[in-house]
Every structure is written in C-alpha cells, then in structure tokens.
Design a protein around this ligand. Structure first.
Ligand code: NDP
Length: 496
C-alpha cells in the first residue's frame, strides 16, 4: 500500500507531538507536546492560581507588565514576522501590518482598562436617594482563547490582550496550523513577565480545544469557522461557560456611483486577495452601481494583472483549495464568467486571484465563505438593490463602502458589525472600535471598551450613606408610607 504524504503545511501528529510544517516548503517549523484533557485541566488549574496574583497587581501593575511584553514583541517583531511567514505562508510584509496592529491594541487596552473597568459612582436615583451606588468590573478568572491560523497574532491577541488587561489569566489554544506563533507569544510573555504562568499555550487538534471548553474556565473566546463555533457553544453549554464567537464572514464592498474607482478597485483587490483571501473581514463580494460597473471591472482587472504571487501569498490550509475550486466551478456552471483567472488558477499548493461576474446570487461563491483569493462582482441598478443583496447572506461581519456622498447612510443600512468607508478593514486598526459580527458571524466583541467589558463581569454595590427618610424595604412601613408611595408613582411616572 502506498501512503500519500500529507500536503505541505498540513500539521501532523507524531506520538504525543504536534508537528507544524511550512505550507510553502513542507519544512518542519516546530514540535509541540499535545495537551489532552489532563494537561488542559492542569494548565487551567495553574492559571487559576496565577489569576489571583495577576488580579492583585491592580491596573497599574498589569499595565507596566503588559508594556514590557509589548516592548519585547515590538523589539523582536522581525523575528515574529519571519515565523508567521514560515508557518502560515503569509508574506512577511503583511505579517508586519498584523504585528503593528497587535501592539497598538496591546498598548491601548493596557492603558484604557482602568478607565473602563475601574470603580465609578453612578446616580442612585429618586427612590434610593440615601444610597451611594458604585459600579465596577471584575475579572472572570481564567479565560480560554481558541484561535485560528489566518491572523495567528492579531486575532487571538484581540482576546488575549483585552482579557489580560481586564485582570484575567489566559489559557490559549492556537490553531494546529500555527502553534509555533502561539508558543512564541506565550514564551515572550513569560520572559517579559516573570512569575506565575499568566499566559499559557496548549497545543493539539480540535480535541484540545474541546477539552478547554469543558475545563470550567470563566469564558471561552472562540475565533474560527461558524461550523466549529457551533460545536464550541454546544460543549460550553454543558458547563454553562459563557462564549464569545468571532466566526466567518462573506464581506461585501459597495461601489457607489460617485466613488473613486481607482481607490475602490485597490481596496477590493487588497481586501479580496491579500493573505491569499484568508481574511475573516476580507472582501468576497462586490456590488457596483450600474453607471460605474463597467469602468470598475476594467480598473479592477487591470490592477489584478499587476499582482505578483509574492504579494498574494499562499493557501495555508491545503484542504481549502477544494472549497475554492468548488465555488468557482459552481459559479461557472451556473452562468458566471471569469474575467480574471479561472478554474485553472487553483493549482495546489496555491490559488491565484480569480474575478467572477454574472454569478447568480444563490451560488456558493456568493453565499458561502470561500476563504480564497476570489471576488464576485455584480452590477446593481441602485443603492437599495446594493444594500438588499449585501444583506442577503447569513453572515454579517465587516463591510466596505466607497462613496463620496452617501458613505454613512449606506454604512448604517448594512447588517454587519463593522464598516469601513473609503478605506479597507480600517476599523480593525482603530483600537477604540469594537470588533465582531452578527448572525452566522457570531456575537460578542473584542477591541474597544466593549472588548474590555467582554472579559469582565459587572459588580454593582449599593452602600447606605444614611438611614432612609422613608423606609420602604422594611416591615416598619406604615399605611401612610404606602399611600405616599402610591402618590409618587402616579405623580412621577403617570404623565406621558
Ligand atoms: P476552525 O473553525 O477550523 O478552527 C478554529 C479553532 O478551533 C482552531 O484552533 C481549531 O483547532 C479549534 N477547534 C476545532 N474543533 C474544535 C472543537 N470541537 N472544539 C474546540 N475547538 C476546536 O477555523 P480556522 O482555524 O480554519 O479559521 C478560519 C475561520 O476563522 C474562517 O471561517 C474565518 O472567517 C474565521 N475567522 C474569524 C475571525 C473573526 O474575527 N470573526 C478572524 C479570523 C478568522 P485546530 O486548528 O487544531 O483544529
């Protein structure tokens, strides 16, 4: 019997080790011990102890230590970019943008945490005037982070940085396609922040993630496909573990009649093809208004012809090539046309850019996440049709609008968590803006103030400053008090 070797980039289990390989060359990138249920439980138990120390440091203590970690990542960023390139095939220059965005989030969340989560007085209101009301947010304890491989630093760090800033310890399960990058982050944390293990990485396949879901952590922050997200939620339901779901997308770009077509084409191309299309908020569908459609397609295809394979990068997960091929074949079978590339562009181990037009709206290439360097472009008669079709998939992660006069109006009508106007994925680089989706793209938010609150729970404290003038929560209440309260209800709240 002949054994077919796994394609380059496919992780391999060897005894108790996970071997990560380069998708470009097949060379071994690293070996990591596989964590089973017992090892995951041990990591979570250790994290529970570390969480007490970490929380006790307070906001200033954590900020200083997160700053040391951030500085170490920044100083050694070239090494990290090389590793990302080696393990996932992402061009090192694109990896640098990922690292830059990550250190910005790490810096912002550490600085911002006290303001958002620290104690603050809130008005006690009319019926409890004797109370001092304090709202503060406490950490959840241990947060489990399950990450994908496509942005192996930025994506998990959107949870890790914010969870740590909020005072939690973290157990991180990187994708089996990017364990070396995940371990690098944990190792640098251990160097920059000596002491208890506040950030640990555990490795393995889906079973390791499943064990983390059942380990009794305070929350699971999951980033990955919608299909796996449902499994994660089901497992977490067994222990009533809360979940944050950052799932897939089918993001749209709308080109309005007054748009800058060169800028829109550039954004569509980068959003669709960068990182070989493996971006959760990458562009997969374009709707261009009729008056500019022909010109837009012309500019887009002309620019696509200038792209080099090095700019596009490689397909990290070899099995994804089958999905890309299926979507293109289905689109062509159903009357679509390839105006750039075609079925022949998908040739293992890579997929080259493909631009499709005239694809029916119910085709897989329009409805399902392709996660490859493909774009569908459709002509729409007006803005209403553009918005209607844009909102026509079960996903709702990010979106892009190119319009000189109606950007905000269109953005507000789109069913998505984030929108970039006259830019591309710009929202991800603004630390103060929450990031997350609706529908099949998930729920909950990383980044921004909401991202900090996501890894905390509200603690409400009402402290009596003096005895109430009218005791209403007491058996000492008199008939006169009851009459007074009845009057208050009618007078204060009875008017329209
Ligand atoms: P997967 O859903 O295949 O995997 C995500 C993570 O879940 C991996 O670490 C995986 O481990 C783990 N996992 C697999 N099975 C289980 C299980 N039963 N229980 C617990 N964990 C499990 O996604 P990909 O890694 O392929 O990532 C690509 C997807 O991620 C795309 O759909 C993309 O859109 C989405 N994504 C969403 C983002 C967002 O912010 N919304 C950002 C980035 C990506 P292993 O790899 O070992 O199987």
């Amino acid at each position: 019997m002949t054994v077919t070797p796994a394609p380059a980039g496919t992780p391999v289990l060897d005894g108790g080790e996970l071997i990560s390989t380069s998708p470009a060359t097949g060379a071994e990138v690293g070996r990591f011990p596989v964590a089973g249920e017992a090892e995951v439980a041990a990591a979570v138990a250790a994290a529970r102890d570390s969480a007490i120390w970490w929380r006790g440091l307070g906001y200033a203590g954590r900020r200083a230590r997160l700053g040391a970690w951030r500085a170490m990542i920044a100083t050694r960023s070239a090494e990290l970019c090389e590793l990302i390139n080696h393990e996932t095939g992402k061009p090192a220059a694109d990896a640098q943008i990922e690292v830059l965005t990550t250190v910005e989030h790490l810096s912002w969340s550490a600085r911002r945490a006290k303001k958002v989560l620290g104690p603050r007085r809130v008005p006690a209101g009319m019926i409890m005037p004797n109370q001092a009301a304090t709202l503060e947010y406490e950490p959840l304890g241990v947060v489990g982070v399950i990450g994908p491989w496509n942005y192996p630093v930025l994506t998990p760090m959107g949870s890790i940085a914010y969870a740590l800033a909020a005072g939690n310890a973290v157990v991180f399960k990187p994708s089996e396609y990017s364990p070396a990058v995940g371990q690098w982050l944990a190792d640098r944390f251990a160097e920059a922040v000596p002491g208890p293990a506040v950030l640990q990485a555990v490795h393995g396949m889906g079973e390791t993630g499943a064990a983390l879901c059942r380990s009794g952590v305070g929350k699971i922050s999951f980033t990955g496909s919608t299909r796996t997200g449902k499994q994660v939620m089901a497992a977490c339901a067994e222990t009533l573990t809360p979940v944050l779901m950052e799932c897939g997308g089918k993001d749209v770009l709308i080109v309005d009649a007054d748009a800058d077509l060169t800028a829109a084409a550039d954004a569509a191309l980068w959003g669709g093809m960068a990182n070989a299309g493996q971006t959760c908020v990458g562009v997969e569908r374009v709707y261009a208004l009729a008056p500019v459609y022909d010109k837009f397609v012309e500019v887009l295809t002309a620019r696509a012809a200038q792209l080099t394979p090095e700019q596009v990068g490689v397909t990290t997960m070899p099995s994804q090539l089958d999905v890309i091929r299926r979507h293109i074949a289905d689109a062509l079978d159903r009357g679509g046309r390839a105006v750039f590339g075609g079925l022949e562009s998908v040739r293992a181990p890579h997929a080259d850019p493909v631009i499709l037009v005239d694809v029916p709206e119910d085709a897989a290439a329009v409805q399902e996440e392709t996660f490859g360097p493909t774009l569908t472009v459709a002509k729409v008669r007006d803005l209403d049709e553009a918005v209607h079709l844009a909102n026509g998939t079960p996903y709702g992660l990010g979106a892009t609008v190119f319009s000189k006069s109606r950007g905000m109006e269109i953005a507000r009508r789109l069913r998505s968590g984030m929108v970039a106007i006259n830019g591309i994925v710009s929202f991800a680089g603004v630390a103060a803006l929450p990031f997350g989706g609706v529908g099949d793209s998930g729920f909950g938010r990383i980044h921004g103030d909401d991202g900090l609150r996501e890894f905390s729970r509200a603690k409400s404290i009402a402290r009596a400053r003096f005895a109430p003038l009218v005791p209403i929560l007491s058996f000492d209440r008199t008939a006169k008090t009851d009459a007074l309260l009845g009057k208050l209800i009618r007078l204060r709240y009875g008017r329209k």
